[in-house]
Design a protein around this ligand. Structure first.
Ligand SMILES: [Zn+2]
Length: 113
């Protein structure tokens, strides 16, 4: 067993940080055994990279939706722009879904170690 520092993000996700200390067993083997124990938890005010990415996409989708709503309310005739906007929203939703899935997989993987 080896001790690692742990980074805990504002979003609740966490990641392994730097290697902190070897256990006695490891001193003899001269390498890490792969079993990780938490040495120290560093609490960060920021979100993890994945959640940051998700957040950016959410905001972009929100802005795009507001634009589309405004065009509709104003009875806009910019059909091409509105259609493009709808495509952007759909694409962003797809990307968000993918990122959320990645986040779940990451949580599962980390939890099993
Ligand atoms: Zn996160």
């Amino acid at each position: 067993m080896c001790f690692y520092n742990q980074k805990k993000f504002a979003c609740g996700d966490w990641a392994w940080g730097n290697f902190a200390a070897k256990c006695n067993h490891e001193y003899r083997m001269g390498e890490t055994c792969g079993m990780k124990l938490v040495n120290n938890t560093e609490h960060l005010q920021t979100q993890c990279k994945l959640c940051e990415k998700i957040g950016i996409k959410y905001r972009r989708r929100q802005a795009e939706m507001e634009r589309l709503t405004r065009w509709r309310r104003e009875g806009s005739v910019m059909i091409a722009s509105m259609e493009r906007s709808q495509t952007i929203i759909k694409d962003l939703e797809q990307e968000i879904k993918q990122l959320e899935y990645e986040r779940q997989m990451k949580q599962l993987n980390i939890g099993n170690k």
